[in-house]
Design a protein around this ligand. Sequence first.
Ligand SMILES: [Zn+2]
Length: 60
Amino acid sequence: MAVPRNRTSNAKKNSRRSHHAKKPKNLSACGNCKKLRLPHRICPSCGHYDGRQVSAAKAE
Ligand SMILES: [Zn+2]
């Protein structure tokens, strides 16, 4: 196995890791209750998807 000849400097290590930050979740508003939910998923608060009731709602 190859062994690194030189120690990676702090600046080189940190600039390599500059792309590792986590991006925020992509949220969109529900068409029925206007609450934020993940796209292409049933709304967790009202149970609607594509303008109709799909699953049982917690509270309406
Ligand atoms: Zn909803």
